[in-house]
Every structure is written in C-alpha cells, then in structure tokens.
Ligand binder design. Sequence first.
Ligand code: GLN
Length: 284
Amino acid sequence: MAERPLGELLRHARQRLADAGIADAAFDSRLLVEHFSGTTRTDAISSPDRIVGQVAEIEAALDRRLAGEPVHRILGYRDFYGMRLSLSAETLEPRPDTETLVDAVLPFVRETAARDGICRILDLGTGTGAIALALVTQEPRAVATGVDVSDDALATAAANAGQLGVSARFSAKKSDWFSEIDGRHHLIVSNPPYISSSEIEDLQNEVRNFDPRRALDGGPDGLEPYRTIASGAARHLEKDGLVGLEIGRDQRRDVTEIFEQAGYHLLAQHKDLGGNDRVLVFRR
Ligand code: GLN
C-alpha cells in the first residue's frame, strides 16, 4: 500500500515498534513518521485523515529501527542546545548530558567576550560541532575552532555551522589533539572519548554499534585523552583561560588528579540531569 492516512500510519508505526519491544516506541515512531512524511505534530492532531504517500520510506525507516539503529541515526540529525545538528558515520550522536558542559562554560564565554570583545574557543574532538556551535550561537562575539581527526566529522561540523549561519566564526581544523593548533584560546572544551577499551563491549548495542569507536575509546583506562589535554593545554591557553571537560560518571577523582598534577585547579564541577558527575572545569 503506497498511501495511507496519517493517523493510521502513526498508529501502525507505533504498534510495529511496540510489538518488537522498543522502549520508546511512541516517541520514535512519531519522529520517524513525521520526518519521512514531512508532517508535523500539529498535522497529526488536526488532520489525521491527510493522505501520506511516503509509506515505503516510512516502512524502511521502521525496519532500520527494528534492526537496532538509533532513531536519530535514521533521521540523520539530533537536536542539541536548541540547534538541529546533522550526524554522520564518524560523529558521536550529541547527548543531552553534554548540554551540561555548555551551561557550565557559557557564563565564562560571555564574560570574556564582554571584557575582550572576543572569546576564542578550542573544541577538541568536535564531531558534529555540538559544543563549539552551541557556544558561538549563544555568544555572538565568540569564535571557535573545532578540531577532529576525522575528515567526515569536520565536513559535518562545517555543514552544521553553515546551516546555523555561523561559518564566519567557526573553523573546522584537522588535527590530532593539539598537533596542528597554533595560538592561544580563552577556553578549551572537549567531550573526549572516555570509555576504557575493555568496557566498549559492555555498552548498549545502540552506542556500541552506531557511535564511532574513535569517539568512545579512551584507551586502556579511559583516561588517555585527559592526559593528552592536560599536558598540551598550557601552550594553547590564554592566561586565566579555562578547560571545560565532559567526563565519565566515575572519573571525577582521576581526571582531577591528572589536571592537578599538570598545574591546574578544579574551579567547578557539575552533575548531569541523571545526577552523575559529568563536567569538570579547570583553571591554571
Ligand atoms: N556518553 C557516551 C556514552 O557512554 C560516551 C561519550 C564519550 O566517550 N565521550 O554513551
């Protein structure tokens, strides 16, 4: 059947996902049907009899969801900090937990911009550009360099910047951490890979099979990227600059120790919405 009324299609999609035990069947089916039919929530409520022609596309999307693919990978985007960000194979899907990092450093970005007329931000492992783009869209005097080792991620981040209209204040830079970075920044931010190599296999299937391993694997103890950042940041930070980091829920002590040994002190720490330690902010 190539055409079906919207209301019926929504019920059918929800049922297919629910029957397969998908936990968020109602939410996921609604996102997929709306996206692939070009309809909105309002259409579903006000015109359930509207005929949808994209039945085949919707069935294909439901098949992918039933095969375990996360709903946002199928959509090709995820919303983060009020922005719609495109995803690609080599970008981590931005998580709501990471918005905690944006909230934690945004006041500093605004204060710096007010004082100096600019705030230079370096985002290490930028992926979709999520953290850097949230900051430059929130503070019009902020400029950011988003660093990644993946060309695919850099292209995605640059496209997201274009979509948001902030290309003039965001540059995507290919670099292995600090290897190709010059100059000093007021703020270094990162959501680095922080899962220990041996724990990757224990992750939920949706994370393990669809988020890029390079964005997850933090080495034998999951802390290797923090050591790299701690040892390189001083050469790239302005005096009184900050380092803001996302961390794994059990890494607060270890990461704090790594930065204290490198001459930093812990300025602030924040929990995510689930109550887990998630963000640390250091000053030198
Ligand atoms: N928060 C991610 C997860 O466990 C991990 C992201 C990361 O390693 N930076 O799903």
